[in-house]
Ligand binder design. Structure first.
Ligand code: SAM
Ligand code: SF4
Length: 380
């Protein structure tokens, strides 16, 4: 990919307006792409930096909108009613090509997600393709781990660096109810297999008040005993989560209060380790015993972290979504299938960030923007 335009260098200050119609679907609002301006990439493909100065280095790529579970806060019973059919999904070659373009724009880390990424047939081959044909430095996955027992080894061999495993309960019957049919034993076997093959593992938990919030300490002890970091994610009013009562939401402060005796009070920091730069929205509290163990908190509701957002999402259908909380989208798949060059795609990535808001709006009265947009459809 190289510059092919003359003229002055392009910048976000150049207002770009197009008069094509906006197309709206249940889960997305497609705004037309403005023509690539003269001057874009004249000095090389610019890094993805938005108007607010936020730099995007992290791509969450959904590989399917389907799942073998149906967690009560995520997926309707029986699944979503508009799952993508095969030809609507990005092919592995299309996904790898996009990742190369993201890489040229400065993205260094890719997370495969879904839906449940492990239900996508041959997903191991996608991981291998991304390792072999792109220059992203880190490939990780978020999974419910039901199929990880047998796939951890092949994924590791194909170049996966780590997994975040979702685990909301250690009670088999409760787990089955919350996931509408999941078997806790499968997940625990998947976790063990991931550790055995040397994947970096974290556990992610979404708590529900009056349901799983009594398992906070047990989940932390379990994770620490397994040698992994537990993280608590606040429930967001997205998709099925928007239908749950506000009272179901448990704030990070409440969880922290329950763990006060285990955690050093002033040891909050961001990122993968004390010395590394922030890599995501999680804040970590170190164990009070000085063992180096940690608990993570992801606080989209109580402590908005949008100012340091470094991530962009691509759905299984190939829509780029600059913000989880907005339905604004652009179909990169249609651009590719319409003959777009890599430079056109790079422009599309930049353009999709031009309208990104400063922060999200998970507030009452504006739930309409989110309630149709479940995490499994966007890529959680
Ligand atoms: N199926 C995989 C899994 O469960 O890990 C990956 C996709 S899932 C959508 C990614 C993460 O989103 C999970 O950790 C899940 O708990 C979280 N999630 C789903 N709906 C949510 C909501 N409404 N609020 C907060 N987190 C949610
Ligand atoms: Fe499936 Fe993950 Fe959503 Fe649960 S949270 S229904 S495992 S996509």
């Amino acid at each position: 990919m190289g510059p092919d335009d003359g003229g002055a260098a392009w910048c976000y200050g150049q207002a770009v307006k197009v008069s094509l119609p906006v197309v709206e679907s249940r889960s997305a609002v497609y705004e037309p792409l403005a023509p690539r301006p003269a001057g874009f990439a004249v000095d090389g493909v610019p890094p993805l930096v938005d108007r607010q100065g936020r730099r995007y280095t992290y791509l969450r790529l959904s590989v399917t909108d389907r799942c073998d579970l149906a967690c009560v806060y995520c997926m309707p019973p029986g699944g979503e009613d508009d799952h993508a059919v095969r030809r609507e999904l990005l092919s592995f070659e299309e996904a790898a090509r996009l990742i190369r373009v993201f890489g040229a724009c400065g993205v260094r880390r890719v997370r495969f997600t879904g839906g449940e990424p492990l239900v996508r047939k041959d997903v191991v081959e996608l991981v291998r393709l991304v390792r072999d044909t792109t220059d992203v430095a880190e490939r990780v996955m978020t999974t419910n781990a039901t199929r990880l027992r047998h796939l951890a080894g092949p994924l590791r061999a194909a170049g996966l660096d780590g997994v975040n495993i979702s685990l909301d309960s250690l009670e088999p019957a409760r787990f089955r109810r919350l996931t509408r049919g999941g078997e806790l034993a499968d997940v625990l076997a998947g976790l063990r297999a991931a550790l055995d093959v040397g994947l970096d593992v974290k556990l992610n938990t979404v708590l529900l008040r009056g349901d799983t919030d009594d398992e906070v300490e047990r989940l932390v002890d379990f994770a620490w005993d397994a040698g992994v970091t537990p993280r608590f994610i606040e429930l967001m009013p997205l998709g099925e989560g928007a239908k749950l009562p506000r009272s179901a939401r448990v704030t990070a402060a409440e969880v922290l209060a329950r763990l006060r005796h285990k955690l050093a009070p002033a040891a909050t920091h961001q990122g993968a380790g004390a010395s590394s730069a922030p890599r995501g929205p999680a804040r970590y509290h170190a164990a009070a015993d000085g063992s180096g163990r940690r608990v993570g908190f992801i606080t989209p509701m109580s402590d908005e972290f949008c100012g340091s957002c470094n991530r962009v999402r691509v759905t299984a259908r190939g829509d780029i979504r600059a913000c989880l909380a907005s339905r604004r989208a652009l179909s990169l798949r249609d651009l590719m299938r319409g003959g777009a060059s890599d430079l056109d795609l790079a422009w599309a990535l930049h353009w999709s960030l031009t309208g990104k808001a400063d922060g999200h709006f998970f507030v009452d009265g504006q739930v309409h923007e989110h309630e149709h947009v479940g995490m499994s459809l966007i890529g959680g």
